[in-house]
Design a protein. Structure first.
Lengths: 113, 111
């Protein structure tokens, strides 16, 4: 089955800096790669996703890149703000009926002002 | 509000008790999931139901028993749990594929 590794487990940055979180996956059949943000005491929520037919996707300060050959994908947050502080999870799936997202172990991002 | 509701939000039970967690989704989705979130293994997949058919994670102990009576409801029946089962249990739903919508979770403490 799929296995997703995520690094780093914790990340501390100053407000305005960029943050990068990296994930690798094992199943070459995986073709859907979402990122979820979980604020303290709240549910995980999707912030951005990418499918295997594109290499990069941007949404304002957030971008995700995908390298299918190397089987890794990354989340980039630019101009970080204190409200970006949360746990971020990457995930992967084959996006077929009966399969589910397999998550990485999460990265705790702390943005200090 | 994402349309996925879990009850109870908090549950404390002894190891000999039998209890159930309930999840309900109002999004018209066809797939529902149970995930376990603990400090040691965040967001661990437990069970998947797709079109009311179960796809089971074989590593889940039999003291956890899921039930999906229809596409809108999902239960997790708990019996003779262990203290290490204490965790946040998150229900989620989706269309057959794609984005997961999570509930708020049920915080379980086993004494």
């Amino acid at each position: 089955g799929e296995n997703v590794e995520q690094h780093p487990s914790t990340l501390s940055v100053q407000e305005g800096d960029s943050a990068v979180i990296k994930c690798t996956y094992s199943d070459s059949a995986s073709n859907y790669f979402p990122w979820y943000k979980q604020e303290l005491g709240k549910r995980p929520q999707l912030i951005i996703d990418i499918r295997s037919n594109v290499g990069e996707k941007k949404d304002q300060r957030i971008a995700v890149t995908l390298n299918k050959t190397a089987k890794h994908f990354s989340l980039h947050i630019t101009e970080t703000q204190p409200e970006d502080s949360a746990v971020y999870f990457c995930a992967a799936s084959t996006n077929q009926a009966g399969t589910a997202l397999i998550f990485g172990k999460g990265t705790t991002l702390s943005v200090s002002s | 509000e994402t349309g996925v509701t879990q009850t109870p939000r908090h549950l404390v039970m002894g190891m000999t008790n039998k209890k159930s967690l309930k999840c309900e989704q109002h999004l018209g989705h066809n797939a529902m999931y149970w995930y376990k979130q603990s400090a040691k293994k965040p967001l661990e997949l437990m069970f998947v139901y797709s079109l009311e058919e179960r796809v089971e994670n074989n590593s889940v102990p039999s003291r956890f028993s899921p039930e999906c009576p229809n596409s809108s409801h999902l239960f997790l029946h708990l019996h003779t749990l262990q203290p290490e089962d204490s965790a946040l249990y998150l229900c989620a739903s989706s269309r057959i594929t794609g984005e997961l919508f999570f509930g708020e979770g049920s915080r379980l403490t086993v004494l």
